[in-house]
Design a protein around this ligand. Sequence first.
Ligand code: PLP
Length: 410
Amino acid sequence: MSAGDGRPQDREWRRRAAAVLPAGMYGHMAAQKLPEGYPQFMDHGEGCRLRDVDGREFIDFMCGWGPIVLGRRHPEVEEAVRGQLSRGDVMNGPTPVMVELAEVLTGMIPHADWTVLAKNGTDATTACVSTARAATGRRKILVAAGAYHGAAPWCSPSLGGVLPEDRAHLDFFEYNDAASAEAAADRAGDDLAGIIVSPVRQELGRRQEHATAEFARGLRGIADARGAALILDDVRCGFRLDLAGSWEPLGVRPDLAAWSKAIANGQPLAAVTGREWLRAGAEAIYVTGSFWYSPVPMAAALATLRVLRETDALERIRAAGETFASGLRAQASALGLEVEVSGPAQMPLLQFAGDEHQELSRAFADEAVRRGVYLHPTHNWFLSAAHGPEDIARALEITDEAFAALAARV
Ligand SMILES: *Cc1c(COP(=O)(O)O)cnc(C)c1O
């Protein structure tokens, strides 16, 4: 019996997709070939639960790869969306909700003197780079080797269709190695426009690494000494760890930051925030899009950020993540499996010792998804405020069985 046999609907939609989508699927859904037990096509989502087109239910630890922070179909966000939809979405200009959201963001984020609202994280990181270049009149951008900043030619992980010219003025440093950034800044000389960095090192299949305070301060110092912009790519961590920005606990504030994923609990929205000295740069660049002024996602963001500010949602996400991680560690250790759960509690990743080719993490994820827990073998997971204690307890019952099945195999 092949893996798809119990999932006729998913198999059928994949067959139809193969005829009309490149390779049947593109982007991260295609690149990260998930184990056989994973469905591709979803039908329904509620809170922290997902149901696929075959009616299988999962406790979801990917949260739509980050956007879902309060849980799916959150009542206050849905109400904001419905309320705005009943007055229309795309018009010939924005509605006042755009200004209200900009006021909330600049009030909440200490470095933010202004904001530009966009659709996707890639829009935001790309606009940060353009803003830094326009403001400084310089070209060079320093990037941590292996870091993900989006799906545009300047930063895409694939070189398909990308020209060397698209990346001509990038240079690279090692994450958590300020000396390597200093050396790259020396190579850039007086042409250094900016340094872009994510708050946590979160590369596929790699142990997650928190930025050290020394590294964050080191980058801040390099940018300051050279009149370049420090750009924090907070697209993935933003609004899940700290509402003021993910390096706020380290006491390091960027000049520009890119935000998206969790900002509107699943509605398409992104933001750039920046300091006063970069305002002229933001005024000089041309960034826009047919859907960039639509008020529905902005209304969703206002509701999402209000709930995040006024409730203990972030604290509950952290606590749920900690309970989940310590449960996973205990289960593995009871079976003699050596695992590490790395990264922030709100976005953990489980890996097995010596599992260089990710065979164990893939087998574990496959055993888990077949039993109803949707996590990922190599990409960090995401928890939401809808992951209650009972959901975590139920998920741990399932992961215990998944570990046992894995231990029986190895
Ligand atoms: C997801 C992500 C992006 C790109 O965001 P999109 O909305 O997918 O364009 C950029 N940077 C980081 C760190 C991300 O996780």
